[in-house]
Design a protein around this ligand. Structure first.
Ligand code: AMP
Ligand code: MG
Length: 397
């Protein structure tokens, strides 16, 4: 088990190393002269009171702090910790004059754990599980956070005309993509699961803050927006504790906090959908932004040369097959990026691009199966192509 974890952390690190070595091309290589220091003073820029305790459960896999002296580049120390939670690899990096204390990371991982226990439909005691269990029976009172998250989910269900649908749970469970049970269901099974999907059948009672699914066997699945929502919550913890520069990475769902010290912007690698975990198509230079990607490479199985991936079309019952291999959304809030990454993926290149252009608060990048990269105008001076296998097209005409 330990060995497996070590390998997993190494692969996450490789992804970061790849991004940072690419950063050198942008004149922003923070790793070359950095050295891991063991005698760094641990001194918080914020105060934790003695009665504040964040008991991260023992089964949460997490690393110790890594401290990099980045004084040559940013004049700061970078303190990072990693964990495996919400089914994904998490890395939090804080840029500060002092090493961020362990208690701060405890607070972060504890926060993530609480959200997982609230949102996961696969945890028997979660709020979402309660709503699903009570489908067709009675409304369930929910916490403020889940209430807010469900509103976001319904907003994207509406925007996408139901191509994104938070009641997709029965279909997600049926395919089981990303689990040991992943398989191609029969068409009868698919029809049955599809008949349960309709976000209009989520009834909200504002006065009592309850959620009710009107039909038995309906199931909420908030997996398409949960990571974004949690990333925003982590950003709030970071700012609340007085830090002003950080990178939050929830399995490729990246939220940059503030501006990189002594530098204009953060350089974030955009994953190559046809490559390995550490391969990128290019770099996006971002300030205080979220970048969320969805793609066919994330969770999938292949049968008879067909790739069955985890983004499903509620109208066909199958993984969405269109021109797209991956999509990235740049937005201020990560929950918007996460909601839109899944929504616009299912909407496809043309409708997705048109929708993105209608909003001036988001930018979008689409990568097609034939290696073309399309993006909205706002990314023109922010994107640097580094992978010559790809064609840097720009806006879709
Ligand atoms: P993401 O990686 O953010 O695109 O989210 C993918 C996850 O969202 C899947 O693993 C499912 O749990 C869920 N999902 C898949 N297809 C849809 C859809 N059409 N609408 C809403 N959620 C979906
Ligand atoms: Mg998403």
């Amino acid at each position: 088990m330990k060995r497996k974890i070590a390998i997993l952390f190494v692969s996450v690190l490789l992804l970061f190393t790849a991004c940072q070595s690419q950063e050198s091309e942008t004149g922003d290589n923070s790793t070359d002269e950095a050295n891991t220091s063991t005698d760094v003073v641990t001194e918080a820029t914020m105060a934790y009171t003695d009665d504040e305790n964040f008991d991260v459960p023992a089964d949460v896999v997490r690393s110790e702090s890594t401290v990099i002296d980045d004084s040559n580049k940013t004049g700061r120390l970078i303190t990072s910790q990693e964990s495996y939670q919400i089914g994904t690899y998490i890395k939090i990096s804080i840029y500060d004059d002092y090493q961020a204390p362990d208690k701060f990371f405890d607070e972060i991982f504890y926060t993530i754990d609480n959200y997982e226990k609230m949102i996961s439909k696969n945890i028997v005691t979660s709020e979402v599980d309660k709503i699903n269990e009570m489908a067709g029976v009675e409304p369930v009172a929910v916490s403020d956070d889940l209430w807010e998250l469900i509103q976001y989910g319904l907003e994207y269900s509406e925007i996408s005309g139901g191509k994104f649908d938070i009641t997709i749970g029965p279909l997600v469970d049926l395919w089981g993509i990303g689990t040991d049970e992943a398989h191609i269901p029969t068409s009868d099974e698919i029809q049955e699961a599809m008949s349960l999907i309709d976000y209009h059948n989520v009834v909200l009672d504002e006065t009592n803050q309850t959620v009710y699914l009107t039909h038995e066997d309906m199931k909420l699945d908030l997996g398409a927006i949960a990571k974004g929502y949690i990333a925003d919550a982590i950003k709030a913890v970071i700012l609340n504790r007085g830090f002003d520069a950080a990178i939050i990475n929830l399995g490729g769902n990246v939220l940059t906090v503030g501006t990189k010290p002594n530098s204009d912007s953060w350089a974030v690698g955009v994953r190559d959908p046809n490559g390995g975990q550490s391969d990128i198509v290019g770099i996006l230079n971002l300030k205080d932004n979220s970048i969320v990607s969805s793609g066919v490479y994330e969770r999938f199985f292949i049968e008879d040369n067909v790739r069955y991936h985890h983004i499903l079309n509620p109208y066909t019952g199958y993984p969405e097959q269109n021109d797209l291999a991956a999509i990235s959304i740049i937005s201020e809030k990560s929950v918007d990026g996460d909601g839109l990454s899944t929504s616009l993926f299912v909407m496809g290149l043309e409708d997705g691009f048109a929708y993105a252009q209608s909003r001036d608060d988001i930018e979008v990048m689409f990568i097609t199966y034939d290696n073309k990269i399309y993006y909205t105008d706002g990314l023109e001076d922010k994107f640097i192509l580094t992978n010559t296998l790809y064609d840097n097209v720009g806006a879709l005409e």
